[in-house]
Design a protein around this ligand. Structure first.
Ligand SMILES: *[C@@H]1O[C@H](CO)[C@@H](O)[C@H](O)[C@H]1NC(C)=O
Ligand SMILES: *[C@@H]1O[C@H](CO)[C@@H](O)[C@H](O)[C@H]1NC(C)=O
Ligand SMILES: *[C@@H]1O[C@H](CO)[C@@H](O)[C@H](O)[C@H]1NC(C)=O
Ligand SMILES: *[C@@H]1O[C@H](CO)[C@@H](O)[C@H](O)[C@H]1NC(C)=O
Ligand SMILES: *[C@@H]1O[C@H](CO)[C@@H](O)[C@H](O)[C@H]1NC(C)=O
Length: 850
């Protein structure tokens, strides 16, 4: 027998993978068919039933059939969790979200499950208890028999069978209606077996645990028969010691091995699939932080097995040519040359002392994930084929021709209308864009589900302008006063525009008040900047040229990637001789003799025209901002592509890391700076001062947080804006459908609920930032609450019935300052303090400091 090996050379440069070949947990949130009935009755079973009319098949979310829900025969006993509702999805699915509801039955029912657990299985025999990332099994359920409660599954589940197990704190009757959300698991992977992840010892003595925490098989020296972090859809960051998941230990995202334990020079991982598949590629997301001895594997050899127990002699060898000096983590694509197999075994060869993977995905049988946004239909709905439908060929062609023509004409008309309206409507649109985005931050629920929540008592605010599928109206049913307020706000806004309000709005004393209606937002194209600027200022700006100079690109030396957005990247660079390009009034915070560190925001060369225009606009605005506490735009490179803007960077990095680092270093008796309350107060006063400047120009920052403030020498602070593009802080942003990303924990209630961003909402965010500082950034604001709970809490702020939860007073925070924070979180924007007042209050207090 000849041993045939296919050898491939892979050139690893910047391999950006196509999104469609991987499951994207942010998009994979389609209802799987309890409500929509794609799951047939016979696939819904249960441990028992109370009566025929409360059988398992009535456990469909939002439907009211039979007696309104599934109910088990006996009351659920907190000691014995034996009752369950089971769903068979027929094939493996990636499940990201579950919804539960009690029995309402038009007002007759009053049973619901306060809590529940989930068991799942891929083969129907081995059942696994789901646990969240902290190891807890119990999920919060319903609080009344009618509202739907949605729970994100973190980590997501890959399974065919799912059991909902009601949990109670005392013996009680329980009924349940459920829905699953996710998509088909096209990888088909049933398990991977691999050596267990190991511990990495940083030189500072910190242990980075690279184990596979959510692996659901057996774990010993090696891991068998399970899936875990390599398939959870979360890829790791460039720096493996950081993590995507908040509150997790360093290295959480990666599974890693040291070459010391593998004398053969490779790590072998075996993958088993649900059936024989025709494999095109394998993608491995690898860390490549070579400064710490971590590299992408240098070679991989894969073996294939079909039905028989023997591994085929034919194997695929891929040799990687690494000639770049790019330390970014990335996907490496390995061609599998259409081998047919049910199991694959790959040996990954070490290129250095460590190898770390965060995701492995397989593409087979030309199956593609549908990762397009806001799909109108659930992905799992089988396309119905009606055999009685016969097609008359000639007529069809004619019909298609006509339809195509009509569509073209309509499109042309639409384009013309849009074009004409574009300029005049732009200002109006921009201010509503945020609102729009937030409200459609919703589940991928088909748009015809207006009756989705049968118990919704009021039409939601979104119905006026948007499809009423907002998650929010389900998370907290809105009262009628809420609706009125919104309608009124919209009317005001429109009136403001049609009346051609152009003067800067001021109150009697000539102080600009919060010009809610006149704010136009300019969303930074690189994913970060979100300053807003009133229309009048924009007109002024457009007349003038950019006030900064062109900088020769070749004098920039790349140091580190700070972040990445949809259209560009932010790099930390050294700029040689940048001093010569600056205004005379600007003195940089640099060490004499050392090259100047700058942040370079870069627009990708392939960005579209709109993105380019926005980028140039951003430059114009930035170049006008001159304040000692605002990051300055130093120079630009706009003579040729890629367009860049060069801004200051400060030697101590961002305030969040600065403070949390100090705190960590303070414990062992090191020479760390001992930051006192008065240092913190001094820094906060500088932020207030910078914000006072922005608000005097009617600029709204919209993302004030410690991660967006930079620290220089002697605790100088400058406010910057690229936080949103930094992967490190992705946990601070709430994302659904991979689209809108919102720093909800810093946002005022009116920003979250109504999309209103004003100086008053910046004041709110300032108080959250102050709170972060006084707790040394040891935890995220409201860290006890899930994102959904934070949004719920926002609703309480709106309702103002005393049920809202405020951030607690930090230990070192004087009462006076806590009172200030509380005043920044007042419900009415007009009674929140101004930045001027805040700045005054943060001046040194001789009684507290000496
Ligand atoms: C759920 O799974 C666990 C094993 O992980 C098992 O002990 C338990 O009995 C299962 N419960 C049900 C109701 O299937
Ligand atoms: C992985 O490491 C963490 C942190 O040290 C530890 O708490 C956890 O028990 C480990 N998990 C497994 C499965 O080894
Ligand atoms: C696997 O798929 C490729 C392309 O889709 C096809 O050309 C090839 O014939 C398939 N192989 C088998 C054995 O079916
Ligand atoms: C592990 O890798 C390092 C760096 O490439 C090398 O110096 C060392 O000899 C390797 N150890 C083993 C056991 O192969
Ligand atoms: C993917 O989803 C989009 C948007 O819903 C839809 O138009 C398209 O047909 C889908 N594609 C596939 C292959 O299902």
């Amino acid at each position: 027998m000849t041993v045939e090996k296919q050898i491939t050379l892979i050139l690893v440069l910047q391999l950006l993978s196509s999104v469609e070949s991987q499951v994207n947990p942010a998009v994979c949130r389609y209802p799987l068919g309890m409500t929509g009935r794609q799951i047939p009755d016979e696939d819904i079973t249960a441990s028992s039933q109370w009566s025929e009319s409360t059988a398992a098949k009535y456990g469909r979310l939002d439907l009211e059939e039979g007696d309104g829900a599934w109910c088990p025969e006996m009351p659920v006993d907190p000691e014995e969790l034996t009752e369950f509702l089971q769903i068979d999805l027929r094939v493996l699915h990636f499940i990201t979200l579950v919804g539960t509801q009690g029995r309402h039955a038009g007002g007759h029912g009053n049973e619901f499950a306060q809590m529940f657990k989930i068991n799942y299985s891929r083969d129907g025999t081995r059942w696994i208890s789901w646990r969240n990332r902290h190891g807890s099994q119990v999920l919060e359920g319903n609080v009344n028999p009618y509202d739907i409660v949605l729970k994100d599954l973190e980590p997501p589940i890959i399974a065919r069978f799912l059991r909902f197990i009601p949990v109670t704190d005392h013996s009680m009757n329980v009924c349940l209606r459920v829905e699953l959300y996710g998509c088909a698991w096209l990888d088909g992977l049933v398990s991977y077996n691999s050596p267990s992840g190991q511990q990495f010892l940083l030189p500072e003595g910190q242990i980075v645990n690279l184990n596979d925490t959510i692996y659901d098989g057996a774990v010993g020296y090696s891991m068998t028969e399970g899936l875990g972090q390599l398939t959870d859809g979360v890829s790791g960051l460039d720096d493996f010691t950081l993590t995507h998941e908040y509150h997790m230990w360093p290295g959480y995202d990666y599974v890693g091995w040291s070459n010391e334990s593998f004398p053969n020079g490779y790590v072998e991982i075996m993958f088993e699939f649900d059936r024989i598949r025709n494999f095109t590629t394998m993608k491995v997301h690898c860390n490549n932080m070579f400064s710490k001895g971590v590299k992408i594997f240098k070679e991989v050899q894969c073996f294939f097995r079909s039905e028989a127990n023997e591994w085929e002699a034919n194997s695929v060898i891929s040799v990687l040519i690494m000639d770049d000096a790019n330390p970014s983590a990335r996907y490496v694509t390995v061609q599998l040359h259409n081998h047919m197999a049910r199991a694959i075994k790959c040996q990954y060869y070490f290129a250095d002392s460590w190898m770390m993977f965060s995701e492995i995905t397989f593409e087979s049988d030309a199956a593609m994930y549908n990762n397009s946004l806001s799909p109108p239909r659930p992905a799992s709905v089988p396309t119905t084929y009606d055999p009685t439908l016969k097609i008359d060929d000639s007529n069809t062609r004619l019909l298609i021709g006509c339809l195509v023509a009509i569509i073209f004409i309509l499109l042309a008309i639409i384009v013309i209308i849009l074009w004409r309206q574009f300029w005049q409507k732009m200002l109006e649109k921009a201010s509503r864009r945020m609102l729009d985005e937030e409200l459609t931050v919703s589940l991928s629920i088909p748009s015809d589900s207006n009756t989705y929540n049968a118990n919704r008592r009021h039409e939601s605010m979104s119905t006026s302008e948007h499809e009423s599928n907002s998650t929010y109206d389900r998370i907290f049913p809105l009262g009628p006063d809420y609706q009125e307020l919104t309608a009124q706000a919209v009317v005001e806004e429109e009136a403001g525009y049609s009346a051609g309000k152009l003067a800067l709005p001021t109150n009697a004393d000539g102080v600009p008040h919060y010009a809610e209606a006149d704010i136009v937002n300019l969303q930074g194209v690189t994913g970060g900047n979100t300053y807003s600027v009133p229309a009048i200022t924009m007109d002024l700006l457009s007349g003038k040229e950019v006030a900064v100079e062109e900088f020769p690109r070749k004098h920039l030396t790349f140091k580190e990637k700070l972040g990445e957005g949809q259209f560009g990247e932010v790099h930390l660079c050294e700029a040689e001789g940048v001093e010569d390009f600056l205004d005379k009034d600007l003195i940089l915070d640099t060490n004499i003799g050392l090259p100047t560190l700058v942040a370079v925001k870069m627009l990708r060369a392939d960005a579209n025209k709109n993105a380019r225009n926005d980028f140039l606009k951003e430059i114009k605005i930035m170049s006008r901002l001159k304040d000692p506490n605002i990051i300055r735009l130093l120079a630009v490179c706009i003579a040729e592509d890629p367009l860049c803007m060069i801004t200051e960077y400060m030697e101590n990095g961002d305030l969040n890391q600065f403070l949390s680092r100090q705190q960590a270093e303070n414990e062992p008796c090191s020479a760390a700076l001992n930051i006192t309350y008065s240092d913190l107060r001094y820094m906060a006063a500088q932020i207030a001062s910078g914000m006072r400047y922005l608000s005097s120009l009617n600029f709204v920052h919209r993302d004030l947080a410690t991660r967006n403030c930079l620290v220089g020498r002697n605790y100088t602070i400058k406010i910057a804006d690229f936080g949103m593009s930094r992967n490190l802080y992705s946990g601070d942003y709430y994302r659904i459908q991979g689209r809108a990303v919102l720093p909800i924990r810093w946002m005022s209630w009116e920003s979250i609920l109504m999309g209103k961003f004003t100086t008053a909402s910046d004041v709110w965010a300032f108080a959250v930032t102050l709170w972060e500082m006084l707790t040394f950034c040891q935890e995220q604001p409201y860290s006890e609450m899930s994102d959904e709970q934070v949004i719920e809490n926002t609703g309480e702020f709106f309702r103002d019935q005393g049920k809202q939860v405020y951030l607690p007073q930090p230990e070192i925070c004087p009462d006076k300052v806590y009172k200030l924070m509380l005043s920044c979180w007042r419900r009415e924007t007009r009674v929140r303090p101004s930045f001027q007042e805040i700045y005054q209050l943060l001046q040194p207090d001789p009684n507290l400091e000496n």
